[in-house]
Design a protein around this ligand. Structure first.
Ligand SMILES: NC(=O)c1ccc[n+]([C@@H]2O[C@H](COP(=O)([O-])OP(=O)(O)OC[C@H]3O[C@@H](n4cnc5c(N)ncnc54)[C@H](OP(=O)(O)O)[C@@H]3O)[C@@H](O)[C@H]2O)c1
Length: 348
């Protein structure tokens, strides 16, 4: 059977580069067009050095985009929605990696993103892209708004507790520690190497934008508030979310184990990690570099009742391009893990 023809808009960025890499090994699809305004005409390997000699594709301009089977949009937030009219009809299926269509409430955009949404009519037409929560909807959808990286980790960590009513509707505190690639390929004063290297910097103690989608997706039993803080650490890839939950009733470790096993026991890309000993007894981002796996683990402090839930993932893969391909596979009826089998490296 002929391979599906895939296009990537914003392919010179980090998530676009990861999509190009993942599709090299996809049995059912190939990338036939990759746009960049700044690098049009140059081979994709000139920007993504890991693709040198592996891809003969060159970047093209967005206005040269031709219709294709599936289109991945990797533009900065605020850039996709205004271009929706031109982009969305270009393909049978569209997967947007930006935040422009993740929130269902148009009023959330001025509050969290600082712009009035130019296409509120489209918000209800995108399915939120976390397969572990919305697998059936994704299967039958034409358009997916792939979840944010921090949001994916926090939602996977906490969803079983909110679904069960064990986490309180207000009062859960989450800290995410993130690497520099989360900010994308464009550089700024804060990403300049002498400023970013060796940092352990509290950059969003309150008001992180992903809080909006986290609260939207965890509102299974009614509105919830989650208190999110973000800290930049001296890494390129990967993030670790640590959530402090004060359960609504007494729980024991067995019950929490049962809950997570029920939620994720059959999931191909969520691994429950809770060892008795050893370096890797809790989720750890570095062993997940390049993989589509999210690790989730927990520890219960029996004395105080505090439940600490941890989740780790690669922000560019399960937090971005990999999750997008997972959704793409579901939308097209391909095996969910197609192109996503890389198990990671050790040691790194
Ligand atoms: N980095 C992550 O960990 C991550 C994870 C999940 C989701 N996301 C989201 O996915 C989207 C892409 O992220 P990314 O990290 O791949 O971004 P990036 O590295 O900054 O790449 C952005 C791409 O968009 C193009 N572009 C078009 N208009 C632009 C503009 N006005 N300013 C800057 N670039 C523009 C850029 O190339 P040309 O200008 O040459 O066309 C580039 O190809 C973002 O919305 C981001 O929030 C990122």
């Amino acid at each position: 059977m002929a391979k599906l023809r895939v296009g990537i808009v914003g392919a010179s960025g980090y998530t676009g580069g990861e999509l190009l890499r993942i599709f090299l090994h996809h049995p059912n699809a190939e990338v036939v067009q990759a746009t960049s305004e700044h690098h049009a005409g140059r081979g994709v390997g000139t920007v993504h050095p890991n693709l040198r000699g592996r891809s003969s594709l060159s970047f093209s301009r967005r206005d040269a985009l031709a219709p294709c089977d599936a289109l991945f949009l990797c533009l900065p937030h605020g850039e996709t929605a205004p271009a929706a009219e031109a982009l969305l009809p270009m393909a049978g299926r569209v997967l947007d990696l930006s935040a422009d269509f993740r929130l269902r409430d148009p009023a959330a955009y001025p509050r969290w993103y600082g712009f009035g949404h130019p296409r509120p009519d489209l918000l209800g037409r995108f399915v939120y892209g976390i397969p572990e929560l919305h697998r059936d909807q994704i299967r039958s959808s034409r358009m997916v708004a792939v979840a944010g990286c921090n949001a994916t980790a926090v939602i996977l960590a906490l969803h079983p507790l909110f679904a069960e009513g064990i986490a309180p509707s207000d009062g859960t505190v989450v800290e995410v520690k993130v690497g520099s690639s989360e900010g994308g390929a464009a550089f700024s004063v804060s990403s300049h190497h002498p400023e970013r290297a060796h940092c352990l910097r509290s950059y969003r103690p309150t008001g992180h934008r992903h809080q909006a989608e986290i609260e939207q997706e965890l509102a299974v039993r009614g509105p919830v508030r989650v208190h999110l803080s973000a800290t930049a650490v001296d890494e390129v890839r990967g993030l670790l979310a640590t959530a402090h939950v004060f359960p609504t009733r007494a729980v024991d470790e067995k019950e929490i184990w049962r809950l997570y096993r029920r939620a994720y026991g059959e999931e191909p890309f969520v691994r429950i990690v809770k060892g008795r000993d050893g370096n890797y007894r809790y989720p750890e981002p570095k062993v997940l570099w390049g993989t589509n796996t999210c690790e989730v683990g927990f520890e219960l402090d029996a004395a105080s009742g505090r439940l600490v839930v941890m989740a780790a993932l690669d922000n560019l893969v399960k937090g971005g391009a990999g999750q997008a391909v997972q959704c793409f596979n579901l939308m097209h009826g391909f095996p969910e893990a197609a192109g996503l089998e890389f198990p990671g490296l050790h040691p790194v």
